[in-house]
Design a protein around this ligand. Structure first.
Ligand SMILES: C[S@@+](CC[C@H](N)C(=O)[O-])C[C@H]1O[C@@H](n2cnc3c(N)ncnc32)[C@H](O)[C@@H]1O
Length: 213
């Protein structure tokens, strides 16, 4: 599916989020809190939006994504590899940070992917996970439901692929509850877990630090 939507993926993102995704990505990288020169894996990097922003901040991105089409449609070159997030071809404790944008709900095995994040991060390494969310306010939640469930698929169908953009809103159903995701990280030895809502709660940012164990 991602191979199919790759050529117009960035443009559709900008349109359907009214460019808010650009600010959310910047916030994600700031939340890592890592110094320039740090090696950061952008997991499920897609066409490399987060990787480009990491490089612009002096960090050293390595993108990893399962979809060759997404990797091949990156508008700017960056070090990248085709890999499953649950089986990264990287040594234990070899990276300083990991970002992941809008992909938690796409992983078929989120627990195994979190285990892999913990394995490749060095002790003290940081994760920053950006994902869609549902606003807590009932009125906003109602409006967001209409926009995300009915308008986004139509924008996707008009600009890209209807089937894919009907699936994307539905894929939120695969996302565990926030507390459950934070507990999964705690159980893997992460510390300082934090979740903040962005733009009245239509996006969320989860950060955590790899513990010493
Ligand atoms: C919604 S896109 C997000 C792309 C990019 N991170 C962004 O912020 O725009 C989800 C990405 O997750 C990738 N993906 C899905 N399952 C994956 C897996 N098991 N391992 C690695 N990447 C995966 C897809 O190929 C796709 O590029």
């Amino acid at each position: 599916m991602f191979d199919v939507i790759a050529p117009r993926y960035d443009m559709v993102n900008r349109v359907m989020t009214f460019r808010m995704d650009v600010g959310w990505r910047r916030r994600t990288i700031s939340a890592l809190g890592l110094p320039p020169g740090s090696t950061v894996v952008d997991l499920a990097c897609g066409t490399g939006d987060l990787a480009a922003e990491l490089a612009a901040r002096g960090l050293r991105p390595i993108g990893a994504d399962l979809s060759f089409g997404m990797l091949a449609n990156a508008p700017q070159p960056f070090p990248r590899l085709q890999a499953d997030g649950a089986q990264l071809p990287l040594p234990d404790g070899s990276i300083d940070g990991l970002t992941c944008g809008f992909a938690l709900r796409n992983f078929t095995d989120l627990q195994a992917t979190f285990v892999e994040m913990a394995r490749v991060l060095r002790p003290g390494g940081r994760v920053a996970l950006l994902e869609v969310a549902t606003p807590p306010n009932p009125v906003l939640r109602f409006g967001h439901g209409i926009y995300f469930g009915q308008v986004v698929p139509r924008i996707g169908a008009a600009l890209s692929d209807g089937d894919a953009y009907r699936y994307l809103p539905r894929s939120v159903a695969y996302l565990p509850e926030p507390d459950e995701m934070l507990s999964m990280l705690t159980d893997l030895g992460f510390t300082h877990e934090r979740r903040v809502l962005l733009s009245v709660g239509i996006a969320q940012l989860i950060t955590a630090t790899r513990g010493p164990g």
